[in-house]
Design a protein around this ligand. Structure first.
Ligand code: FAD
Length: 280
């Protein structure tokens, strides 16, 4: 029988980033709490047993969605539903708005946050794949100061990122990329990506990233390096067919075998590329 209640924990509710990072530095084994849609289920199953939670929910100004010199600056606490509904996101990065609209169900979209999703780094999560393709930069703040990290290299393994203990992800900056698209094969119960592919065409370069297949998003842009201008459907299909050979270490589980996930990588890459080029 699985436990259905978390182990005991202390609860802190800071009202500023400074206060939050001070708590994370001072309180042993403390963890940030955002939407709680990944952390609380893990705590109820006792897969995660932090001694203290630092609830970010009362920190004002961490949920903004702004134009930052032609790029998007999205606060860590922006909910999936807010990202989906933002006219600015829809205009500058349609792939991101559509991704947010396709996460889970209304309850998940109304509670889950972009910062929580990126920090959690679930291999089946959608945002990591998309922000990697869009060339995003993540800002992390701790008691030691602030630093920017490229999405490339941010996701270091299953549920693991380059964030250091005590670091809070405060925002993500995403260059405007109207010619972008995301396609996923959703798990029928949760909506998590059994596999997903994000394509971005910007400044004459094409980026293609596949998620859900291995433990982290995989940059497979080398498969599409020759695509430019307005490629034909056959050229896109030929490029996408090269994707599976670049997906080393594919994971198999009860939902999908490793071979099936690699195959999905190719199918979804073709769909995402086709839509991204149509938006060019
Ligand atoms: P939390 O659960 O609060 O935190 C998750 C982790 O990130 C914790 O370790 C926490 O300490 C850490 N954390 C949170 N915020 C920060 C921060 N600012 N800085 C540093 N660390 C931080 N996701 C998808 O991508 N696609 C889906 O289709 C999908 N379907 C779902 C269906 C269900 C039924 C559920 C319950 C979840 C689903 N999710 C899906 C996950 C959902 O998007 C979560 O909201 C997300 O993974 C975590 O965001 P959160 O704000 O809830 O974070």
């Amino acid at each position: 029988m699985y436990p259905s209640r978390p182990a005991e924990f202390a609860y802190h509710r800071p009202t500023s980033v400074d206060e939050a990072v001070a708590l994370l530095a001072e309180v042993e084994d403390s963890r940030p709490l955002a939407g709680g849609h990944s952390l609380l289920p893990a705590m109820k199953l006792r897969l995660s047993m932090p001694a203290a939670l630092v609830d970010l929910g009362r920190i004002a100004g961490l949920d903004g969605i702004d134009d930052d010199g032609g790029a998007l600056r999205i606060g860590a606490l922006a909910r999936h539903a807010d990202v989906a509904a933002s006219p600015l996101v829809q205009r500058l990065c349609p792939a991101l708005a559509e991704t947010a609209a396709g996460i889970g169900d209304p309850q998940v979209r109304n509670r889950g946050t972009i910062g929580g999703s990126l920090a959690h780094a679930d291999p089946g999560a959608d945002y990591p794949t998309v922000v990697s393709a869009l060339g995003a930069t993540v800002t992390a703040v701790s008691a030691r100061g602030s630093r920017d990290l490229d999405a490339d290299g941010f996701f270091t393994g299953v549920f693991t990122t380059a964030l250091e203990p005590g670091e809070l992800l405060t925002s993500v900056r995403i260059p405007a990329t109207p010619a972008s698209a995301y396609a996923k094969h959703p798990h029928p119960a949760s909506g998590y990506a059994v596999a997903g592919a994000a394509a971005a065409v910007r400044d004459g370069a094409v980026r293609l990233v596949v998620g859900g297949v291995t433990g982290t998003p995989v940059d497979v842009s080398q498969a599409v390096a020759a695509l430019g201008g307005r490629p034909s459907a056959d050229e896109i299909a030929a490029a996408a067919a090269r994707v599976p050979e670049l997906l080393d270490g594919a994971l198999g589980d009860t939902y999908a075998s490793a071979e099936y996930r690699r195959h999905l990588g190719s199918v979804l890459a073709r769909r995402a590329l086709t839509q991204a080029f149509e938006r060019r």
